[in-house]
Design a protein around this ligand. Sequence first.
Ligand code: PGA
Length: 221
Amino acid sequence: MKYIIANWKANKNIKETKEWLNSFLTNDFSKISKKKEIIICPPFPFLIFLKEKVKNYPFIKIGAQDLSVFEEGTYTGEVTGKTLAGLVDYVIIGHSERRKYFNETKEILFKKATLAKKNQIEPLFCIRKKADPFPSEIKFVVLEPPSAISQGTGFGANQPLKKVLMIKKELKINKDIKFIYGGSVNEINASLYLKNDEIDGVMIGGASLDPKRFFKIVKSL
Ligand code: PGA
């Protein structure tokens, strides 16, 4: 199975979300390999809407971009694992942008992963480099070197596949863990990552915001 993950980050309003879906869902998915799973991670307010819209597309799953470090209670504005339970299949945890702008530490990230698991949500646990620890019970490790993120179109030559594979080797992750790569993946370079047996999928930021570009990535391979 190959996982194609759209991380919309802090982009789109409801009108743009509807337009994106209207465009994306009109594609012909019949020729897409049954061995691909698409995971869309929009901002929180659009989760329920997306979930409704893709309910007849079993190969499309929904993910949140974060969850609270608190379990539940008097934490105004927080979105907890308990709130997300049953709504999403996945949650992104440990993205470098959360580490950088929201000071999320290893302790916070590990607690979030535990709370996700407790609510039957699978963490897509991001690391920046091989030295970043990840909880042993997770099923997905997403390698996203900050220097490779948002580098625009083109091949993303600052993060050659060889280096990605070398980091994977050094991580010594067990065979049951899915290894995802993210960082300027686009319609030009996606197939290179996806066709490699050592890489189980890609996480896409910028290029996932355009439904046409995203579908080209889904189709690639
Ligand atoms: P990018 O973002 O594809 O825009 O580089 C990837 C990510 O940060 O998840």
